[in-house]
Design a protein around this ligand. Structure first.
Ligand SMILES: C[S@@+](CC[C@H](N)C(=O)[O-])C[C@H]1O[C@@H](n2cnc3c(N)ncnc32)[C@H](O)[C@@H]1O
Length: 350
């Protein structure tokens, strides 16, 4: 069905009476709750470091590098006789990851279970192992994305994003992919103008374009200060397909954001990546960054999802390591902590 043919109740299914509620949909969870104090203490820890100037690499250690690459990357490198470039690795990653976001999860769970039982009848160990792997992956995806909502984590992100002193901000999202976090920010800071940047065109044409119109973002009504629900179409968004290194902007953004970017660069490139965030920032603007946490469950996740996710260089780090990269490269850290699966930091240029 074409977008234009959708009825209003299909594209905007949740009105203000849903605020405070959460429901699982086929391929995502809608969550219009805020954390209770108990949940806040369990999932969000903010400001674990008092004085960043006191930390050293000797204290915090180095990030953990995820080394088990996807079968697609191995195959590509064999066929081409050279390493996969960063740009190509992102094209593979975005296509593969988007397929998982598009799945009707209950339907796929049923399908994979049936496939597994059929494979048992084949008595072929290879077929059984592969079918079992598919069952495990869809169950894990259901748990991580739909039950726990660990990837989008709207409650964690809102907690991290709240409290910035900006009005109708201009927001720049570096390596935007589907653009989720800039949309959440734009709902919280009404009147925002967002520029999303990604050099993989598929992110604009498919990951962002096909992001569900029906997904509700909890934000603020600027007239009343009360909670209000926004949908993708309510937000002012320009999507630019370009390399971050080519962007023509000056220091004109109130918020520069990245989600899962810094950890994809080995140490020799990290100063440049941090600098990308300062470069486009107004003098009093905010840098907002998140990176995946180095925890056992994340290591297991990247192992089981290696074929889906591991096309690019990737590290898992602690919030202290992430903060030290930022602090050493000229940012002052205002707020730091971790949400479900990511570390989060809000900073200003020193
Ligand atoms: C790991 S993704 C961000 C995570 C995202 N939330 C997701 O769900 O996939 C990082 C994005 O940055 C983009 N990217 C990496 N280097 C870039 C560059 N130099 N210029 C523009 N985009 C870049 C990649 O194409 C990718 O879509």
């Amino acid at each position: 069905m074409l977008q234009a043919e959708l009825l209003p109740e299909e594209t905007r299914p949740f009105d203000e009476s849903y605020i405070g509620k959460s429901e699982m949909q086929g391929n995502y969870r809608m969550d219009l709750r805020n954390f209770t104090e108990k949940e806040y203490n369990k999932f969000v820890k903010v400001d674990t470091v008092r004085d960043w100037s006191m930390l050293s690499w000797k204290d915090v250690g180095r990030p953990f590098e995820v080394k088990n690459y996807s079968a697609d990357r191995h195959q590509y490198e064999q066929e081409h006789g050279k390493p996969m470039s960063a740009h190509t690795s992102w094209q593979y990653f975005n296509k593969s990851f988007h397929e998982w976001f598009s799945k009707d999860i209950p339907h796929e769970q049923q399908k994979e279970k049936e496939k597994f039982f059929a494979s048992l009848k084949s008595f072929k160990p290879g077929e059984i192992k592969s079918a079992l792997g598919d069952v495990v992956r869809i169950q894990l995806w259901n748990y991580v994305h739909r039950i726990q909502d660990g990837i989008w984590d709207p409650r964690g992100k809102r907690t991290l994003f709240e409290g910035m002193d900006v009005s109708k901000p201009r927001i720049l999202f570096l390596g935007a992919a589907e653009g989720y976090e800039a949309m959440q920010l734009a709902a919280m800071y009404p009147g925002a103008k967002v520029v999303m940047v990604d050099y993989d065109e598929y992110c604009k044409t498919t990951r962002f374009e096909h992001f569900p119109d029906s997904y509700p973002f909890l934000g603020e009504n600027p007239q009343t200060g009360q909670p209000k629900i926004y949908y993708k179409d309510d937000l002012n968004i320009e999507y630019v397909v370009d390399d971050i290194r080519n962007l023509p902007y000056g220091k004109e953004f109130d918020i520069v954001l990245s989600v899962g970017l810094l950890e994809h660069f080995p140490d020799e490139y990290k100063p440049e990546v941090v600098d990308w965030h300062r470069k486009f920032l107004k003098p009093n603007g905010y840098v907002v960054m998140t990176t995946p946490r180095n925890q056992l469950r994340s290591r297991i996740y990247y192992n089981i999802f290696a074929d889906v996710m591991n096309h690019t260089y990737r590290e898992l780090m602690t919030v202290e390591q992430m903060g030290l990269y930022m602090y050493e490269n000229g940012l002052d850290i205002l707020k730091s902590g971790f949400i479900k699966v990511h570390n989060g930091i809000i900073a200003k240029a020193r």
